[in-house]
Design a protein around this ligand. Structure first.
Ligand code: BGC
Length: 570
């Protein structure tokens, strides 16, 4: 039976000064504009988060990760940052930020914020300066500007396509009014890529990391951590040239902008800044890279931890889960990090919905097509094929399994309510995601997992705030609200609370031992202190091993674990 070696144990609740607090933390992702709105403008804000600290505390998490809350035109939900060291006035002020950080810390919760270093917004003062400055100027050197091809530079420097669709280059109008150079944007055109060969860019981000660390931030989530460094020689390879090189291009770190080896030089500098603090600030990389290259991001000399999206991309399948878990635990151990587990976030279709889809090639993934993911739920799509009840049942089983794994568990707001993705209920006119617009609606985009949370069963925006909601909430949201679930012993919210409380109590050394179940569709493992998790991925009920059942994702039936369910035993 494969087992992983025992690593640093955490047998007590995390202490605020424990340098290893992150290793097995439960981290709750807040998408601030959609969490709680204190002032009724329809947009969630920092005071709204502060007011919900008691809710977060009762949920039983260890830390909160905030998606961007910086000033932004919201061309990409805040991942287009105008000013890295400020708060969007619609979300509050720096004082509100301090108040929120204090409230979280007083409750014993850590705070992680998102850093978006690959690109700024096109409203950032640097980019505005670059537009006003001539070709070849220091201001342009902070970004990736190139002359176009063709007789008059009228063609983009390459045929590269942006992640959101459409060209990855945009032409600017020079200060004298003439059509001019092109700038690179891997994402939306409002997100110009920064030039990480420029020392000023590097220094400025060190300042930003210190700015938030000084304000009490405990860790950072690094957005598209694998894209920063680029090799943009005079003649750029075409997409076909790149494709022809196959997997080797990625494995050898030779892609012109994804996952180049030099990127780790940046993170080595960041690590020095993190280590200036006590306890050291932590970081987790969002890096959609080949699994063989992920460990570099998670090294203790670098960011320290990296997301693996393997479980998120797996089907609800015993074999896939077991293989993925074994591989990722071994990988984390080899890099000195702890593993990360995640099923839902602000970029992918909620797992309660994904798991309700009939099995197909396209049943997992989000918008990261072309890098690692696949897409589904296309416009006019297959929402009618979703079996929401089955999806939720499986999602509860999968989450309970995740909470028993060694490593950090990342949860996304609303999954504790078992929320389904909001699909075709959002009218085209109400959509916000640039992925929707740049794909001309072929891909619905990510708005469906970003709809403001329902706190109450009825009332204005289901308790999200005293006003409306910046994305429309469907009628059925009320039934999934916190209020509706609070008193229900079998609700998903009650399950999460019970499981997270038990997880804190039972947390132990970072190891697991697989148990023989005699069935291919049942997965069971035991942690070093006897904490055992059994998941039945199949349909036939399963006889649990001896022991006290602590919690189960669905009620046992005649003492047996039913299909699509997980139980913990001690
Ligand atoms: C974030 C996305 C964002 C993109 C560009 C991602 O990986 O998670 O929400 O659109 O980076 O910043």
């Amino acid at each position: 039976m494969p087992t992983t070696a025992t690593m640093a144990a955490r047998t007590d609740a995390p202490r605020m000064d424990d340098p290893n607090w992150w290793r097995q933390a439960s981290v709750y992702q807040i998408y601030p504009r959609s969490f709680a709105d204190s002032n009724g403008d329809g947009i969630g804000d920092l005071k709204g988060i502060t007011a919900k600290v008691p809710y977060l505390k009762t949920l039983g998490i260890d830390a909160v990760w905030l998606s961007p809350f910086y000033p932004s035109a919201l061309a990409d939900g805040g991942y287009d940052v105008d000013d890295y060291r400020n708060v969007d006035p619609r979300l509050g002020t720096l004082e509100d930020f301090d108040g929120m950080a204090q409230a979280l810390h007083d409750a014993g919760l850590k705070l992680i914020v998102d850093i978006v270093p690959n690109h700024s917004s096109d409203r950032h003062e640097w980019f505005q300066e670059a537009l006003a400055a001539p070709k070849g100027s220091p201001a342009r050197d902070r970004y990736v500007f190139r002359d176009g091809l063709g007789d008059n530079g009228e063609l983009p420097p390459s045929d590269w396509v942006s992640v959101f669709g459409g060209p990855a280059w945009e032409r600017v109008t020079e200060p004298d009014g003439a059509p001019g150079q092109w700038y690179m944007h891997i994402f939306a055109k409002e997100q110009p890529d920064l030039n990480w060969d420029n020392r000023e860019v590097r220094e400025d981000f060190l300042t930003t990391l210190r700015f938030w660390s000084d304000r009490g931030v405990d860790g950072f989530r690094i957005d598209v951590a694998h894209a920063l460094t680029k090799n943009l020689e005079e003649t750029l390879p075409s997409t076909a040239d790149l494709e022809a090189q196959g997997e080797a291009l990625y494995l050898e770190g030779r892609h012109p902008y994804w996952d180049r080896d030099e990127v780790h030089g940046i993170y080595a500098e960041w690590r020095k800044v993190f280590n200036e603090y006590t306890p050291p600030r932590t970081a987790v990389a969002e890096a959609w890279v080949h699994a063989d290259r992920r460990a570099r991001y998670a090294s203790p000399e670098g960011l320290g931890q990296a997301f693996n999206f393997d479980l998120l991309q797996a089907d609800f399948d015993a074999g896939q889960f077991r293989k993925t878990i074994t591989k990722n635990l071994a990988e984390a151990e080899a890099s000195g990090a702890s593993s990360t587990w995640v099923f839902s976030n602000h970029d992918v279709v909620r797992h309660a919905t994904r798991y309700g889809l009939p099995a197909s090639e396209d049943s997992a993934g989000g918008i990261m097509a072309g890098q690692a993911g696949k897409q589904w739920l296309v416009a006019g799509g297959r929402q009618e094929d979703v079996d929401a009840e089955l999806g939720l049942r499986r999602a509860r089983a999968a989450s309970l399994l995740m909470f028993a794994l060694p490593g950090s568990a990342y949860l996304y707001q609303g999954e504790e309510l078992g929320l389904q993705e909001v699909g075709c209920e959002i009218a085209d006119a109400d959509r916000q995601d640039p992925a929707f617009f740049r794909n001309k609606g072929v891909e619905i985009g990510r708005d469906g997992c970003r709809v403001p949370l329902p706190w109450t069963s009825v009332g204005s925006s289901f308790g999200f705030g005293p006003g409306g909601s910046h994305l429309p909430q469907p009628e059925w949201f009320g039934g999934s609200s916190v209020e509706a679930q609070e008193a229900e012993e079998d609700s998903t919210l009650s399950l999460y609370r019970r499981a997270l409380a038990l997880r804190s109590e039972l947390q132990t050394a970072e190891a697991l031992e697989w148990l023989e179940t005699g069935r291919d569709d049942v997965v069971a493992f035991r942690r070093p202190n006897g904490w055992t998790s059994v998941t039945n991925f199949g349909a036939e009920p399963f006889k649990l091993p001896a022991g006290e059942v602590l919690v189960s994702s669905s009620p046992l039936e005649a003492g047996l674990l039913p299909g699509a369910a997980t139980a913990w035993l001690q």
